[in-house]
Design a protein around this ligand. Structure first.
Ligand code: PRP
Ligand code: URA
Length: 227
């Protein structure tokens, strides 16, 4: 952990820049993840567990956001409270990231939402951005990228690169299941981006699926699995 000084609205804060990988541990998250891993977990339950876990992740993912002092008039007297320094922008990576959005929005309803659509180029095998729409204030916002699966890390890294190109400076990445390969990839390419995950699985298979993993998260959330 390194310490930095920053000057915010005339006040000097000493705050910690916490690197990098945050393993979120919570018994209810563990319970829901285990239920989701079951191959016979139906789509409606799978989607609900993604939402519940996402909701439970919010306090950890937002734990290091900066706040500012603000004057507040209670019914009794004037005092000083704190408010978030920056607006929050949530960025679900299409498609599976949409599954995490509702859980995050339920606790952060004031957040704006940017969308990033990615598809794999079958020649280069790299994820390429085919859709991007964000609020203009993304440059000054705390940006939280959502995707349940961090496998090779190609999608997450491409999305973060695109967000940085658009001016985002304060980015977090939140997933449900990470593979060591994906974590190394994102840590290497974006060492400034904290990664939050409740599960770190063992490895990838030859097709780039996480083992033991969840299977294809997008298909399971949206019920598009081949019969
Ligand atoms: C999944 C997942 C991530 C990506 C992870 O999306 O939601 O975006 O794969 O793999 P990576 O770390 O190797 O890039 P997918 O491409 O299956 O699209 P979907 O969300 O539409 O199902
Ligand atoms: N995408 C998924 O949905 N699941 C994986 O295990 C890997 C990539």
């Amino acid at each position: 952990m390194k310490m930095v000084l920053s000057l915010v609205a005339g006040t000097t804060f000493l705050h910690a820049v916490c690197t990098l990988n945050h393993h979120i541990q919570h018994p209810v998250i563990d319970d829901r993840l285990t239920r989701m891993r079951q191959r016979d977990c139906v789509s409606s339950d799978f989607r609900r567990y993604v939402r519940e876990i996402s909701q439970l992740m919010v306090p950890s993912v937002t734990a290091n956001l900066l706040t500012l002092p603000v004057e507040v008039e209670t019914p009794m007297e004037i005092t000083t409270g704190r408010k978030l320094e920056r607006d929050i922008v949530l960025v679900p990576i299409l498609r599976a990231g949409l599954g995490m959005l509702e859980g995050f929005l339920s606790l952060l309803p004031e957040a704006a939402v940017a969308h990033v659509g990615l598809a794999r180029n079958e020649e280069t095998l790299q994820a390429e951005c085919y859709y991007y729409k964000s609020p203009v204030h993304i440059t000054d916002a705390d940006v939280i990228v959502l995707d349940p699966m961090l496998a090779t890390g190609g999608s997450a890294s491409t999305a973060i690169t695109e967000l940085k190109k658009q001016g985002a400076k304060h980015i977090h990445f939140a997933c449900l299941v990470a593979a060591p390969e994906g974590l190394n990839n994102i840590n290497g390419q974006h060492p400034d981006v904290p990664v939050h995950y409740p599960a770190l699985d063992s490895r990838l298979n030859e097709q780039g699926y996480i083992l033991p993993g969840l299977g294809d998260a997008g298909d399971r959330i949206f019920g598009t699995i081949e019969p």
